[in-house]
Structure formats: structure tokens, C-alpha cells
Design a protein. Sequence first.
Length: 260
Amino acid sequence: MKDFSDSPILRNGNSLILAYDHGTEHGPVDFEPNPASIDPRHVFEVAKHDAVTCLAVQKGIAEAYYPEYEDEVNLLVKLNGNSDLHRQDDYYSPKQCTVKYAVEELGADAIGYTMYAGSDYEDQMWKEFRQVQEKAREYDVPVVMWAYPRGKGIEGNSDYGGSTDPDVIAYAARLGLELGADIVKVKYPGSKEDMEHVVNVTGKTKVVMSGGSKRSDEAFLSDVQNTIDAGANGLAVGRNIFQREDPEEVLNKLEDVIFE
């Protein structure tokens, strides 16, 4: 595994990734709680906060807006994604961008890829991830795996408690290590102890908590604190930041928790 300690998406070994791929994954409904967030410039402005180590966006947003912010914001390009409009027989997230285009044309500092472990399409995603990971090594940029266990292999298997089962979350995180991810983004498994297990099984691969849907500051910050106390390396968050009218306030608190 390469040493990315000097990567701009890390600060003292930790990371706060501001995710803004929701227009693809969920549609404009995610911007309704704070209408200002429908304008990508607003979120790029938020990403200028010292706590944010990079902004994760899809190809089109990077093309259209990143040139205005390349000196102030570090860029993570999500290579794959899917809309909530299409219903397929199992989870699969197709690629819309190559590593070469993300780095050479868009100026990406890091690459993101969603892996749905447990889907009938898992084999196809493993092949795609191999190509992404090996090409990213050529460009010396880290790869962040959205490690989301979902699909028929989990939901239809009585040995597992579904995608929120702490053991299933840990298994998906371990796949990040096995397949060569530098960072895995995982759902909060429910407790500090369960997150400690996730961190333990991922070895040298860094772990960041997925922010999930918006909730109270108290509940959100408590989960983040437990995550850091468990030995994880930060947060990848969208709605819990850009849906707030005053994102700076919670970012100030997150900076104290993640980078203290």
C-alpha cells in the first residue's frame, strides 16, 4: 500500500470529505431543506472551510465549477454513480469517468468509487475497481471506496442481519483493504465498540464514517466523536453539512473533533 500521508486530502492523517454527489444519487430533493445548496457554488464556498480536506463531486460538477475553486478546494472525483429513478434487479453503480480524465483534465487529488458488496453485480464492480485502483497508482492519487454492503447476497441471506449489521459493515470495509483502497467510507455501525472492530479489520486502510441523513448536531457529533475515539480517520459527509443554514458552525465543531 502506498503512503499518501502527504496527500492534500489528509490533514494529520485524517480527512473530512465534503460529499456533494447527491444530485446524482438522490436528486434535487436533498437540496430542498436548504435551497442554497442546489447551487454548486454554494457548496464549493462551504468547502473552503479549513476543516474540509476535499470536496467529492461527479464529473459534470467538476468540469463546470472546479476551475473557479482549484486554488482553494481539493477535489475528489466520484467515478461512478447511479440515479434513484432507475430500478434494476440489484445494486450496481456504473462508471461515468476514467481516472485519466479525472486527474489530467479535471485536476483530481483523489478518486472515489462506490462498491456494493453483496450485489449480484459484485464481480463486475470488482473488475472495474481493479482497473480504477491500478490506474490511480500510476497517477499517485489515493482511492476512496464507498464501501456499501447492499444486495441480494445480504438481504436474502439468513446468516446476515442486513446492510446495517455491524459484521456486514466490517466485512465490506475489509474488502477495501483486500482490494487496495486507501480509504473506506462506511456507515456508522451503531457504537464505538463496533467501529473499533471495523477499524481493526481494515488494517492500514483508513476508515471514514459516512455522514448519512441529517440529524441533530448532538447526535451527529456524538457519532463522529465515537468514530474518532475508535481509531478511525474522519468523516465523509454531505447532508449533515449542506442542508444546514449555518454549515460553518458544525464544521468548526467537526474540526475540533477530527483534527484536535
